[in-house]
Ligand binder design. Structure first.
Ligand code: ZN
Length: 143
């Protein structure tokens, strides 16, 4: 049996825009083991603070659940953004224009940074513009 209860739940992949390798957190929300740990933590805090069993432990438990879920979700959300180009896949699904502006701002910052000169170059996709002469040539053949 492999003991992976305290595993960091990290995944690896590639950025959808610049194709650089990135590591992200794959855990998006709380699991059953986390809830068990948080209930034990709430009971421990209750006994430390009040020295007896008190129904107010439910408040500690709910606050711990809310804060842990929020932190895990923020950690997952922030790890999705590419560290190289700033591409955010979730923002791209919601508003592609805003995602493009973020990437452009990040790349402009990278241009001004002298340390970026020594880092590996980004594999940014380029848009190929067809020449009008070649289009005109195809059109004239079919007409
Ligand atoms: Zn990227």
């Amino acid at each position: 049996m492999q003991w992976n209860l305290f595993k960091a739940h990290k995944g690896s992949g590639y950025c959808a825009f610049c194709r650089s390798r990135k590591i992200f957190y794959s855990k998006k929300s709380l699991g059953v083991f986390d809830i068990i740990i948080l209930s034990g933590l709430a009971i421990t805090i209750m006994y430390l603070a009040l020295q007896s069993f008190d129904p107010r432990v439910v408040i500690f438990f709910v606050l711990a659940l809310i804060s842990a879920e929020t932190m895990i979700h923020f950690r997952w959300r922030l790890s999705l953004v590419c560290q190289q180009c700033g591409f955010d896949p979730i923002l791209y699904k919601r508003a592609p224009e805003k995602a493009a502006l973020k990437v452009k701002a990040r790349l402009d910052l990278r241009k001004e940074n002298e340390e970026a000169l020594f880092s590996a170059p980004l594999n940014i996709p380029t848009r190929k513009i067809k020449k009008e002469a070649s289009l005109g040539g195809k059109l004239s053949r079919h007409v």
